[in-house]
Design a protein around this ligand. Structure first.
Ligand SMILES: [Zn+2]
Ligand SMILES: [Zn+2]
Length: 394
């Protein structure tokens, strides 16, 4: 086939994929096997999302519209972290089939494609963190590719349903994933409608349909994308490593603040199955607090705790790091008494263990079911902590 015919065929397919994400005339397997390359036709809606922010030149600003953008950023960041990530990717809590559908619609407003696409790529990230197979490792592909480039690559568009069979068995979830533009378009239309209503019924707010569309949808969603993207790019570069995982994941309070708790990324790479990413009380994890609140409504249940052995492992690692830091400080500043530090640091570590254990005590002890995406260290941990089966009584 001539090169120009091939280009037009691909461009036509990309246009159809704007509406139907699963449309792959040459097969999804072939697409995934291609080298990384930006698909400019396919990413036009994403470019349009960013370009839409420029609409602020014409619509101006009002306090209501700006606060709506901020509120929608955090509400939908909760959907990214609490739904795309901690439910669909890791199943760290349970819900009903209808509850799951509601969560998927909520997560659809984040405009980060479907929950199944999100979960498939995220599980793949955990399996191949920072190795050449990882689609968004800053160490392998560089900062910008891990932050934004990878989602524009043609090979990363299809969802491999065979790798997420626990989710793909629900046709309603597959439908939302396939037609992933439906929820964002309805959400944008709702914002435009709300702004138009407010212009008529509450003119004192100084907003209107176009203004709320630009602030609440385009600006808020673009910021939400880059906030989320920071975990893919920055959370493997910036911060502290408590656990010596096989990747370069890190814990960062700054990233946790902008992502409602996802910044405790090294904790998460050490143990993926817990609902909380902030393992200790001082690691602020608003997503976990929100999910805890949601569990009181009965919509979700079975939030999984961090095992005590992991908490103790973390406390020991912190203690060791503190002692090493004290030794370095003592060698640089001999006027600081090393013996006094030796007394303080273990006491701080003991306090850490005690408070973490107390925090866990409020969580219900729940038997964990098998997770489909666990890494080898998690499985080894479970085998160690499980009691041997009792012999059958004859
Ligand atoms: Zn994860
Ligand atoms: Zn990671």
């Amino acid at each position: 086939m001539p090169a120009s015919a091939s280009f037009f065929r691909r461009a036509a397919a990309a246009l159809v994929q704007w509406v139907d994400s699963d449309y792959c005339p040459d097969g999804a397997e072939k697409m995934r096997a291609e080298p990384d390359r930006v698909d400019w036709v396919r990413v036009m809606p994403f470019v349009f999302l960013h370009a839409g922010c420029l609409g602020v030149i014409w619509v101006g600003a009002s306090a209501f519209a700006v606060w709506a953008a901020v509120a929608l950023y955090f509400i939908r960041m909760f959907a990214v972290t609490g739904v795309h990530h901690r439910y669909f990717s890791h199943k760290t809590y349970s819900t009903s089939r209808f509850g799951q559908f509601l969560l998927a619609v909520f997560a659809g407003t984040t405009v980060q494609r479907g929950s199944l696409w999100w979960a498939y790529h995220h599980r793949h990230h955990h399996q191949h963190s920072d190795d050449p197979e990882d689609a968004h490792s800053p160490h392998v592909h560089g900062f910008w590719w891990s932050h934004i480039g990878w989602i524009t690559s043609r090979r990363n568009f299809p969802t491999d349903y065979s790798k997420i069979k626990d989710l793909a068995k629900y046709p309603e979830l597959v439908w939302l994933n396939r037609f992933d533009l439906v929820v964002p378009v309805l959400f944008a239309a709702a914002l435009f409608g709300l702004g138009s209503l407010l212009a008529g019924y509450a003119p004192g707010l100084g907003t209107n349909g176009w203004q709320l569309l630009v602030w609440g949808f385009f600006i808020s969603t673009t910021a939400l994308f880059h906030g989320t993207g920071c975990i893919n790019s920055m959370a493997h570069l910036m911060g502290r490593r408590r656990f010596q995982t096989s990747d370069d994941s890190r814990n960062s309070a700054i990233l946790a603040a902008i992502t409602l708790g996802e910044g405790w990324h090294n904790n998460h790479h050490r143990y993926q199955s817990s609902t909380r990413n902030g393992f200790y009380w001082w690691e602020i994890d608003p997503t976990y607090y929100g999910l805890k609140l949601l569990s009181w409504t009965g919509l979700i249940w079975g939030l999984k705790p961090v095992p005590r052995s992991i908490l103790e492992e973390g406390a020991h690692a912190d203690h060791h790091a503190s002692v090493m830091a004290a030794r370095r400080a003592a060698s640089l500043h001999p006027e600081i008494s090393y013996s006094s530090l030796k007394k303080v640091v273990p006491a701080a570590a003991a306090l850490a263990v005690a408070t973490a254990t107390a925090a866990q005590a409020s969580l219900p002890e729940k038997k964990e079911g098998p997770a489909l995406h666990k890494d080898v260290t998690e499985l080894a941990h479970e085998l160690q902590t499980k009691a041997p089966p009792k012999p059958p009584v004859i």
